[in-house]
Design a protein around this ligand. Structure first.
Ligand SMILES: *Cc1c(COP(=O)(O)O)cnc(C)c1O
Length: 445
């Protein structure tokens, strides 16, 4: 029996599963005349470095998330550093953080004199594993950094319980999941403080920018004191900060560019509505792949009060055991050949990078990671097995911005076709590199 050209894998000379033009299916952010008008107003007024539009954007954000305080930053990295500082981390203190995330979730601990202690991730949610936190707590632990990774909410309830028991603060890095819900509560509003990137590659995309939210006035003021010099003034009420107003305590300058705030105000207006369409499209894609061997969705159960919002850099789980041991690298090569570009892996686990082992960044005469630490927190015991192996078990999927069934069906067909014909791929499979993924996720479609 001959294999028809349609069912034969494109990688092996068959025809492609994806034939329709992609058009603006993946284009993001959606920019209309309203964005353009708002940005033009700022630049025509020469108000790029003012804070009037930013203040309005912060108001919008507070209302959106129903929070008492919102503070805009020039990027997400700065907002996270300020959140860590707001939690009181200083010299010798420890921040518990997942290793599989973008570096900005934790590396700023170093410039506060603090350090990071990595916890493993849950193999299903890909977020910090609540069962791997408690044994890593020391008397220097001050906070837990939770990342709602690739749009999936972390399991907050057990994390909050651990934090309460040990008197720790919980920071939510919402850079992958703006607008998502965990059991009916908006992400970023559940812990003590939330911070997030709003840069152009994220699902809430406004240009370079970040936002911090909290209901705690003192934490808000600490966050502000680090790099918002002109706002760090007479209005400050925290007694330990009041004597030092006027100069930024961190020596940083973290003001948001008003082109970003202006665009942010417009983007936020339409954001939930646009996310609803993304959610519909992405769930449709996964529904079409229900029951395909080797492939599992990385998603929350549809139609519940725990949601994926904008599905930032959406991924799927790979089960090579169901595909004769096929490598995810080979799988992605074949899916890409079908006209559906797919990449194996996700963020590489940070604990394997030499910056987290031997780099002496500030000239302490010892590794920065343990420069002020009261113990050696480096993972010399290979205690993060899920983080170490996750790159071989995940792959990117198309990040649809519109619900267009015909097109989505073609992309789903590409994944299904490759999985169902995995036997054809085993012969030429040279396997995975030991580490699969990247330190950062460039714009994924
Ligand atoms: C993008 C990102 C950040 C950093 O935000 P920037 O705006 O790029 O500085 C932090 N954490 C995570 C998880 C991110 O993906």
């Amino acid at each position: 029996m001959t294999v028809s050209a349609q069912s034969k894998l494109a990688l092996l000379g068959g025809s492609k599963a994806v034939t329709l033009e992609e058009g603006d299916l993946f284009k993001w952010p959606i920019v209309t005349e309203e964005d353009e008008q708002a940005v033009l107003e700022v630049i025509r007024a020469g108000a790029m470095s003012n804070t009037d539009v930013t203040a309005k954007f912060e108001e919008d954000f507070k209302q959106w998330l129903n929070m008492d305080y919102a503070l805009a930053f020039n990027n997400g990295t700065a907002s996270l550093q300020a959140a860590i500082y707001a939690c009181g981390l200083g010299v010798g203190d420890e921040l518990i953080c997942p290793s599989v995330t973008y570096w900005a979730s934790g590396l700023q601990a170093f410039n506060l004199g603090a350090t990071v202690v990595f916890a493993d991730i849950d193999p299903v949610t890909l977020c910090i594993d609540p069962n791997d936190i408690e044994h890593r707590i020391s008397d220097r632990t001050k906070a837990i950094m939770v990342v709602h990774y690739l749009g999936h909410p972390a399991d907050m309830d057990p994390i909050l319980a651990i934090a309460a028991k040990h008197n720790l603060k919980v920071i939510e890095d919402v850079s992958h999941a703006q607008g998502g819900y965990y059991k009916g509560r908006r992400l970023g509003t559940i812990g003590h403080i939330g911070a997030m990137s709003l840069m152009s590659g994220k699902s809430l995309a406004i240009g370079e920018g970040g936002m911090l939210v909290t209901n705690d006035l003192n934490m808000y003021e600490r966050a502000l004191s680090l790099g918002h010099y002109e706002r760090f003034g007479a209005k400050i009420v925290s007694p330990e900060l009041k004597p030092y107003t006027g100069l930024p305590l961190g020596g940083y300058k973290y003001r948001m560019h008003q082109v970003s705030s202006a665009m942010g105000r417009v983007q936020l207006k339409y954001y939930d509505q646009r996310c609803a369409e993304i959610d519909k499209a992405m769930n449709y894609f996964w529904d079409l792949l229900e029951g395909v061997p080797g492939l599992r969705p990385h998603r929350t159960p549809p139609n519940t009060d725990t949601t994926m919002a904008g599905w930032y850099a959406a991924h799927g789980h790979f089960v090579p055991e169901e595909l004769g041991g096929l490598s995810v690298t080979r799988f992605c090569e074949a899916v890409s050949a079908e006209g559906a570009p797919a990449r194996p892996g996700c963020n590489l686990p940070m604990h394997n990078h030499s910056l987290l082992h031997d780099a002496d960044v500030y000239g302490h005469g010892k590794p920065t990671r343990i420069a002020h630490a009261s113990r050696d927190v480096r993972e010399l015991d290979r205690s993060l097995p899920v983080s170490d192996g996750i790159g071989h078990r995940v792959y990117s999927i198309p990040w649809f911005k519109h619900f267009r069934p015909q097109q989505i069906e073609q992309y789903a067909a590409a994944y299904r076709k490759v999985a169902e014909n995995y036997r054809e791929l085993l012969e030429g499979d040279t396997g995975n590199a030991p580490l699969v993924g990247g330190w950062h996720m460039s714009n994924r479609r």
